[in-house]
Unconditional design. Structure first.
Length: 439
C-alpha cells in the first residue's frame, strides 16, 4: 500500500472560507446596495448584470458578492488575480470566454486587485467587454477614477462597498458559532461583549473578524466535558491588545477624541500624544483621527498658522497610504505641531455667524453689480452693471459693495493677533480704511 505523505491529508479550510455566503440572504452588509428594492439587488435578481467595479476596503465581501452573482446568473465564473497574471493569461481566458459566448454561455471574469494591472493589461479586456464576450467584475481598494483606465471604467458601473458596521460583524460572529460550517457542532462559551471587542478590533473587515474568532476559540480553555470557554485574557493575548479596547460608537470613543481635541487646543503636546496613543492602541481607525485633526487645523488654528492645514492633510494622506502601525508617527507629528501652533478660532466664528444670516435670508438676492451676465437678456436687466474689476486699479481694490443691502457693513471674519493672523489683521484694517476713504 502506498504511504500517504503529510501533504496528502485534508487540510481544513479557514473559518472565513467555510462560512463564505452562497446567497444574497446569507450575505452580510452593504444594505445600501443589496437591501430589498435596492439597485444592485434588482440587477442581480433580474439577471441584468453588466460589467462593474466593486470599490471598498478589504474584507467587505467583494469577491463573495461576485461569486453570488455568478451563481445567481448561472454564468461561468473565472477568478483572476491581478497580482499573478499577465497579458498572456488574460488572452487565454478571453479566448475561452469567447468560445463560451458562441455556445450561448455567459462568462463572468472576476479580477481581484484590478488596480494593480497596468494600462496595457487593462486595455486587453476592452474589446471583450465591448462585444459582450465577458462580464467583467473588478474589485479594488483604491479609487477607480485614478487607478482604472477611463476607457475601461466608462464601460463599468462602480459600486462603493462600505466597511461593515460593528453590529453586522457581531451578527456574523454569532452565525459562525451556530452554523455547522463554523462551530455549530462545538459547545463554546463566549459572551457578547467579547464578540463586540472582536468586531471593533476587526475595523469593518469580516475576514479579520472570523479569523480572530477562530484563533480565540482554538486557544480557548477546554474542560473535561469538551466545552471551550473563551475569556477576555485569551482574546487580549490573541490580538495583542489589552483592556484598551472600546466601542467606537460608545461614550468612551467620544470622550477620547474630545480629550485629544481639547489637549491640542490647550497647547499641551504631551497630553495630546497620550490621548492619540490611547485611541490608536485601542483599535481606532487612524483615518477617523486624521479627519478630526484636519478639522482642528482650521477650527482652532486657522490663519494663525496656515501651514497647520497642510500638515494635517499630509498626515491623513500618509495614514491612507501606509496604514497602521507605521502611520502613528505621522499622526504624532501633526498632533504635536497643532498643539504648539498659535491658536485662532476666527474662521469658525466667521462661518457660524454667516450661517445664521444665510439661513435667515436664503431668499436675499445677489446684488446686480456682482451678477454674471452671460446673455443679452441678463445684460439688458442690468446684471453686472457698475461692476468694478479690481485688477484694473492700482491698489487691486475697489469700493464696490458685495454684501446684500440688508447686510451692508456686517463683519464676520474678525482676525486675532495670534501668529500670522496678526499680519492678516493689519492687512484687513488697511483694506477697510482704503474703502472708507474712497466711498
Amino acid at each position: 500500500m502506498e504511504q500517504m505523505s503529510l501533504f496528502d491529508r485534508d487540510v481544513p479550510q479557514p473559518l472565513a472560507a467555510r462560512l463564505r455566503p452562497q446567497t444574497l440572504e446569507e450575505y452580510v452588509g452593504q444594505t445600501h446596495l443589496l437591501g430589498k428594492g435596492k439597485v444592485l439587488r434588482r440587477v442581480i435578481e433580474g439577471d441584468m448584470v453588466s460589467s462593474m467595479v466593486f470599490w471598498g476596503p478589504p474584507g467587505v465581501g467583494k469577491t463573495t458578492l461576485a461569486r453570488i452573482i455568478a451563481n445567481k446568473t448561472k454564468a461561468t465564473f473565472i477568478d483572476f488575480s491581478a497580482v499573478t497574471s499577465g497579458i498572456k493569461e488574460i488572452r487565454a481566458v478571453m479566448e475561452k470566454a469567447e468560445t463560451n459566448r458562441q455556445f450561448g454561455e455567459k462568462t463572468i471574469v472576476f479580477v481581484d486587485e484590478i488596480h494593480r494591472f497596468n494600462k496595457a493589461q487593462q486595455d486587453a479586456f476592452l474589446p471583450f467587454v465591448e462585444k459582450g464576450s465577458i462580464i467583467l467584475i473588478g474589485a479594488t481598494t483604491e479609487n477607480p477614477s485614478f487607478e482604472i483606465n477611463s476607457a475601461l471604467l466608462s464601460r463599468c458601473k462602480v459600486f462603493v462597498l462600505q466597511a461593515l458596521q460593528t453590529e453586522e460583524l457581531v451578527d456574523l460572529l454569532q452565525r459562525a458559532l451556530k452554523d455547522r460550517r463554523g462551530f455549530g457542532n462545538q459547545a463554546i462559551h463566549i459572551n457578547e461583549k467579547l464578540l463586540e471587542m472582536i468586531a471593533v478590533f476587526s475595523n469593518g473587515d469580516a475576514r479579520t473578524a472570523l479569523s480572530t474568532l477562530e484563533m480565540v476559540i482554538l486557544n480557548g480553555d477546554l474542560d473535561s466535558e469538551g466545552i471551550i470557554t473563551v475569556t477576555k485574557d485569551t482574546l487580549e493575548q490573541c490580538i495583542s491588545k489589552k483592556s484598551l479596547l472600546y466601542d467606537k460608537k460608545g461614550e468612551e470613543h467620544y470622550n477620547l477624541i474630545s480629550a485629544l481635541h481639547k489637549s491640542m487646543r490647550n497647547s499641551d503636546p504631551d497630553a495630546a500624544v497620550y490621548w492619540l496613543a490611547r485611541m490608536l492602541e485601542a483599535g481606532e481607525d487612524p483615518l477617523y483621527v486624521a479627519r478630526r485633526v484636519i478639522r482642528f487645523a482650521s477650527e482652532d488654528v486657522g490663519l494663525a498658522d496656515p501651514k497647520a492645514l497642510e500638515i494635517a492633510t499630509a498626515a491623513y494622506q500618509a495614514c491612507h497610504f501606509i496604514g497602521m502601525p507605521e502611520c502613528t508617527v505621522h499622526l504624532t507629528e501633526a498632533v504635536v505641531y497643532l498643539s504648539l501652533a498659535p491658536k485662532s478660532n476666527a474662521l469658525y466664528v466667521a462661518y457660524e455667524q454667516a450661517k445664521k444670516d444665510a439661513i435667515k435670508q436664503l431668499a436675499e438676492p445677489v446684488p446686480l453689480v456682482i451678477r454674471n451676465a452671460p446673455t443679452q437678456l441678463m445684460e439688458d436687466l442690468a446684471y453686472g452693471k457698475g461692476y468694478q474689476y479690481a485688477h484694473d486699479s492700482q491698489e487691486k481694490i475697489t469700493n464696490m459693495r458685495c454684501l446684500p443691502d440688508s447686510l451692508a457693513g456686517k463683519e464676520y471674519y474678525i482676525p486675532t493677533n495670534q501668529g500670522k493672523e496678526a499680519q492678516l489683521k493689519a492687512r484687513l484694517e488697511d483694506i477697510k480704511k482704503w474703502k472708507n476713504d474712497h466711498r
